[in-house]
Ligand binder design. Structure first.
Ligand code: ADP
Length: 610
């Protein structure tokens, strides 16, 4: 029979696996047992609603048998089994569960801990096996099939016989070499230790020599004294294919009103590579009385906390609940509401008690919290606003809104913020100076969504937000304002002249005392800010539609030499005055990080006036 070939990347990975000097070969058993447990989960779930399965929760088990003569270890399960097609599909493509883009990984990281990182699962058997046989009878099928492979050169699938539904994985060990004692895996005590170490929490009995080896208590059901944070992190890394430890594990045991449940939640440090794609499956694994109901129950997690991962286990859920009606289930809703509160309080705890950890998490998922504030007309803004962090110009680090407000002096009216593409660009904006000089802190907002967040919040702890680009910053005294108005009146002919010269580029020209060392800046009037204009410009580039334009106000610094130049040329050489005005306008655009509309003209003007 012709050998079938593994798919291309599978071959390379297989090769790596076989020849790797992987230090932790013994985890192959954990991978095989974990697959067996998953297969049992599937049939156990079916058994809840389908009498034909004919098995009860107690009937399920995993058996490990050693044959010293044949040098084999056989792991058997009475789970769902695989059809001929499934054998080819599931075992013909390495790492089908696809937690990573293998191509890129294979190039750079030949010696990395591939197995540990990606849970390539089944294939790890080839670290110790010269040959692997998989004999399987799928639930609902009459005929069994056998899959056989000796590694990289492909596999065969043949018709075979098996009396009961389930799968036997037969691992034929390699001969011992000088460096590696494969025969050790033929010793009961070795396998017993490996099962205890890696598979103790598997919820079905794992029998070896007629005895159950594992304690079967899942990690989330154990008291803290029997499951250290380290243990939980290891569980997390394996279950969620993350190389990095989460920033925190939260154990929840909720009793009473409505439903009782236990949960173990993890707060990841880094963004999963597919987090912002449709591929990412949010939700928590939902168990009921030890049966896995759903791997990713998204009804348990609100959108704004979708980065949280973990497990929920409740004996109170009705067992014959179908996955389709789960979303509507009253008890699931009760658990979800309770979890939302617990998650909020854990995040708040991290923020206050473990700020560094929180910052790591926030840098990864802060944007998700921000979207949460904007969505649904701000329905969750009170829940989420305490969790926000923004960069403080004064303290030069991320701070919370509460941190900002508690540092405000009695003379400060507003929470000042400045939007822009990045910190450096914001720091260069002329409008910042006045606020900082007055001794007030400014929050830098560099995410596109920030401006929407601020307008949704409107205020925090009864302090209104105010953009430093805003006209009225509440800093100038009434006297100063009066003085500016007077000056404005006196210079009206010049300002009108400039306004006319610039035409519809701007909506107004005015004098402003908020500019300290800068000659000019661009402000706005009306509801649309320059940052919103930029946001919509990007959006219309991507999705079409009309860009929105802010009403620009050219603000001139009357104390600056540039203004005096305008005054002088207005009298003597109006044509030149126009050119100065244009130049100042272009500079204001640049300082506001906006594109210069007519670059050749700008360059020409600069040369001419130089
Ligand atoms: P993963 O478990 O991460 O999906 P594996 O390579 O370990 O990746 O397994 C690939 C697939 O093969 C599994 O998803 C499952 O569908 C199938 N499989 C493996 N072992 C068994 C088993 N004992 N019973 C039924 N299906 C299995």
């Amino acid at each position: 029979m012709a050998k079938r070939q593994f798919k291309a990347e599978s071959k390379r990975l297989m090769d790596l696996m076989i020849h790797s000097i992987y230090t932790n070969r013994e985890i192959f058993l954990r991978e095989i047992i974990s697959n067996a447990s998953d297969a049992i989960d599937k049939l156990a779930y079916k058994a809840l609603t389908d009498d034909k399965v004919g098995l009860n929760r107690e009937d399920f088990k995993i058996t490990v048998v050693i044959d010293k003569e044949r040098r084999t270890i056989t792991v058997s399960d009475n789970g769902i089994g695989m059809t001929k097609d499934e054998l080819a599909d599931n075992l013909g493509v390495i790492a089908k569960s696809g937690s990573m883009d293998f191509k890129s990984v294979l190039d750079e990281a030949a010696e990395v801990d591939i197995i540990g990182q990606f849970g390539v699962g089944f294939y790890s058997a080839f670290m110790v096996a010269e040959k692997v046989m998989v004999l399987s009878l799928a639930y609902g099928e009459d005929t069994a099939h056998q899959w056989v492979s000796t590694g990289a050169d492909g596999y065969t699938i043949t018709l075979s016989e098996k009396a009961t539904v389930g799968t036997d994985i037969v691992i034929q060990l390699r001969p011992d070499t000088e460096g590696e004692d494969y025969s050790a895996y033929l010793e009961s005590h070795t396998l017993r230790r490996m099962i205890k170490k890696y598979s103790d929490y598997i919820r079905y009995p794992i029998e070896l020599d007629g005895e159950t080896v594992n304690s079967m208590v899942p990690i989330w059901q154990r008291p803290k004294s029997e499951a250290s944070d380290e243990d939980c992190f290891a569980f997390y890394r394996e279950k969620f294919f993350d190389m990095e430890d989460p920033v925190s594990v939260q154990r929840i045991s909720a009793e009473g009103t409505g439903v009782s449940y236990r949960a173990m939640l993890f707060y990841p440090a880094q963004v999963p590579y597919n987090y912002f794609t449709k591929e990412y499956q949010a939700g928590l694994a939902l168990y009921s009385a030890g049966v896995l109901i759903m791997e990713h129950c998204d009804a348990l997690l609100p959108e704004h906390f979708r980065f949280v991962r973990g497990v929920v286990d409740s004996a109170d859920l009705s067992l014959n609940i179908s996955r389709e009606t789960l979303q509507q289930d009253r008890q699931v809703k009760t658990i979800a509401a309770s979890l939302e509160k617990k998650i909020k309080s854990e995040l708040a705890r991290l923020k206050d008690k473990e700020p560094e950890q929180y910052q790591t998490l926030y840098e990864s998922f802060g944007i998700q919290l921000k979207y949460g504030i904007v969505q649904n007309f701000g329905a969750k803004k009170d829940l989420l606003s305490d969790l926000l962090l923004f960069y403080s110009a004064k303290q030069e680090k991320l701070i919370s809104l509460q941190g900002y407000v508690t540092n405000m002096g009695a003379d400060q009216q507003y929470i000042y913020y400045a939007c822009g593409e990045n910190k450096a660009k914001i720091a260069a904006r002329p409008q910042l100076e006045q606020v900082l000089d007055a001794g007030f802190d400014v929050l830098y907002m560099t995410d596109e969504v920030d401006e929407f967040v601020v307008s949704m919040l409107a205020s925090y702890m009864e302090k209104e937000f105010r953009s430093v680009y805003d006209d009225n910053l509440g800093i100038e005294s009434q006297e100063q304002q009066k003085e500016t108005e007077k000056l404005q009146e006196a210079e009206k002919p010049l300002l009108d002249f400039i306004s006319e010269a610039l035409g519809d580029k701007i909506a107004a020209v005015k004098l402003s005392h908020k500019l300290k060392s800068h000659p000019v800046c661009l402000g706005t009037q009306g509801g649309i800010s320059l940052e919103m204009e930029k946001y919509f410009a990007n959006l219309s580039k991507q999705q079409g539609g009309e860009p929105v334009r802010a009403e620009r106000v050219l603000e001139l610094n009357p104390d600056h030499p540039a203004f005096r130049r305008l005054q002088a040329t207005f009298e003597t050489d109006p044509e030149k005055c126009k050119k100065y005005a244009s130049l100042l306008y272009y500079q204001a655009l640049l300082m506001a990080d906006l594109p210069v509309e007519n670059l050749p003209e700008y360059v020409e003007l600069t040369w001419e006036l130089l």
